[in-house]
Design a protein around this ligand. Structure first.
Ligand code: FES
Length: 116
């Protein structure tokens, strides 16, 4: 019946109109920093912390389908998290669904848990 990975859950993020076109919105869901973006009417979610050092991408700048880190200018494709400049690692992205006026994000059950 379920089509999503059992280890992930949909978390309600915010009302749809709280995500403004061209302005990233940062929030914490299940302790995970998440950045939401609305681009041409579509909503995307990525991890909110740059993979280069420590900066919130929700403080950064959207240009087309990319987000630029405010600290040293790393650039990521918002759609797939691909790093296009500066940082070495890609950004984690999360599936988004919109039901009525509510944005939800599919997040792993426990991120960064105790690993072996
Ligand atoms: S912390 Fe984002 S580019 Fe350095």
């Amino acid at each position: 019946m379920s089509t999503v990975d059992d280890s992930s859950t949909w978390e309600t993020a915010c009302p749809l109109d709280a995500v403004r076109e061209g302005t990233p919105r940062g929030l914490k869901l299940k302790g995970i920093p998440v950045a939401l973006y609305k681009i041409e009417g579509a909503v995307y979610a990525t991890h909110d912390v740059c993979t280069h050092a420590y900066a919130h991408l929700s403080d950064g700048y959207i240009e087309g389908h990319t987000i630029e880190c405010p600290l040293h200018g790393a650039i990521y494709d918002i759609r797939d998290g691909k790093c296009l400049a500066v940082a070495a690692s890609d950004l984690k992205t999360y599936p988004v669904k919109i039901e009525g006026d509510t944005v939800s994000v599919l997040l792993p059950r426990a991120e960064g848990g105790s690993g072996g």
